[in-house]
Design a protein around this ligand. Structure first.
Ligand code: NAD
Ligand code: TYD
Length: 378
């Protein structure tokens, strides 16, 4: 079936992987990447697909209701995959208003425009989808009851063979009560509620997914993994918040993109799916793996970058542990993460070391100025 799909935030980290997957896999679809190109948006992430006939980039703020409504009419949009957001917890602590504006009001603006357009059609909501991408951070934080880790109660073929630990007996389920702690997660939680309200109130065919921490190529280097890889390469300090005891559950970004594809096409309307690979890591252990991998690939003496570890003041309200139970997605839709963590981190480190120009363009600030001038007046 020919479809016309808007992917918001397609110039960001996860969005660019979703756009690439859809453009490559669905030559008959009309794929529209809608992105404001904030500091986190980078069209260089999509160089390999930018000339494809089924791909189009539109620079737009998701808060611009009228522009989005016009785009829906013009492109006869029947599917929205919504990833655009302010996404960094540390920024949200400094500037919560921007997070409320984009994540809450922006999402509401998209919902309302979609409602008005789809309700104006003879078939109304038939064949339509509003798919909202959210985070496990809305569930709050879990206890760390087993600091050294235990055998997890779940198994997955892609769980790390060497590591494969759980740091507590509780997990985030689709039914876990929302309990966000940071301005970022509070804004994401609010947007999730609006999406579900549009289903319950107006009958809009919505789906929400909550995913664990992603890692892989094209992640903006303010986030832990690309920041630390780049700092190790430049022999700069590695700022570990608190004692490095916090636990995150890591998923390779292409596995998230595959889940999004599957759920967009096969997921049940009004359902929520958790996405994660049962792959918990204490920050300090993950940092040691990164150091080992970067040192090996750069030919540094083993462990020589351990001295870069610098413990700094903890993040305010720092969530202790995230751990996602994605059994529902695995059982109902047959999704499985494809990569073991050791493979994923090796691929990721190699990618950042092989794509130093991509990294340097961002960290030098040049790319922002470039795109500002390129799209000035559009
Ligand atoms: P990102 O910060 O890398 O990218 C966000 C993109 O949204 C950028 O391209 C940016 O230009 C765009 N954007 C921001 N404000 C906009 C606006 N007002 N109008 C239009 N575009 C705008 O983020 P990411 O890490 O790729 O995350 C994408 C989505 O996935 C977010 O909704 C995030 O909450 C969710 N998520 C992320 C993770 C993760 O580990 N990164 C995990 C689970 C869920
Ligand atoms: P981050 O990549 O910002 O993702 P999130 O906060 O959404 O989980 O951080 C991952 C973990 O790494 C988190 O526990 C905070 C920690 N962290 C550091 O210790 N130092 C850093 O410089 C950064 C950016 C994060």
């Amino acid at each position: 079936m020919k479809r016309s799909i808007v992917i918001t935030g397609g110039a960001g980290f996860i969005g660019s992987h979703v756009v690439r997957l859809f453009v490559n896999k669905y030559p008959d679809y009309n794929i529209i990447n809608l992105d404001k190109l904030t500091y986190a948006g980078n069209l260089a992430n999509l160089k390999d697909v930018e000339d494809r006939p089924n791909y189009k980039f539109v620079r737009m703020d998701i808060c611009d209701f009228e522009a989005f409504y016009a785009l829906m009419q013009e492109e006869k949009v029947d599917g929205i995959i919504h990833l655009a957001a302010e996404s960094h917890v540390d920024r949200s602590i400094k500037d919560p208003f921007t997070f409320a504006r984009t994540n809450v009001m922006g999402t509401l603006s998209l919902l309302q425009a979609a409602k008005l357009y789809w309700e104006s059609l003879p078939e109304r909501y038939e064949g339509k989808r509003f798919y909202h991408i959210s985070t496990d951070e809305v569930y709050g934080a879990l206890e760390l009851t087993h600091p050294e880790g235990i055998e997890p109660p779940f198994t997955t073929t892609a769980s790390s063979s060497e590591h494969h630990l759980a740091y507590g007996t509780d997990f985030f389920y689709e039914t876990t009560k929302y309990n966000p702690h940071s301005p970022y997660s509070a804004a994401k939680a609010s947007s999730d509620h609006f999406v579900r309200a549009y289903h319950d109130t107006y009958g809009m065919p919505t789906i929400v997914t909550n995913c664990s921490n992603n890692y892989g190529p094209y992640q903006f280097p303010e986030k832990l993994i690309p920041l630390f890889i780049n700092n190790i390469r430049h022999r700069r300090p590695l700022p570990v918040y608190g004692k490095g005891e916090n636990v995150r559950d890591w998923l390779y970004v292409e596995d998230h993109a595959r889940a999004i594809d599957l759920i967009f096409h096969k997921g049940t309307v009004a359902e929520t799916y958790n996405i994660g690979g049962f792959n918990e890591w204490k920050n300090i252990d993950l940092i040691r793996v990164m150091i080992k991998t970067v040192d090996r690939l750069l030919g540094n003496p083993e462990g020589s970058s351990l001295e870069l570890i610098t413990y700094v003041t903890d993040r305010a309200g720092h969530d202790l542990r995230y751990a996602i139970d994605s059994t529902k997605l695995q059982k109902e839709l047959g999704w499985e993460p494809s990569l073991q963590f050791e493979e994923g981190i090796e691929k990721t480190v190699r990618w950042y070391l092989d794509n130093q120009e991509w990294m340097d363009n961002i960290t030098s600030g040049e790319y922002e100025k470039y795109y500002e001038s390129m799209y000035a007046g559009r």
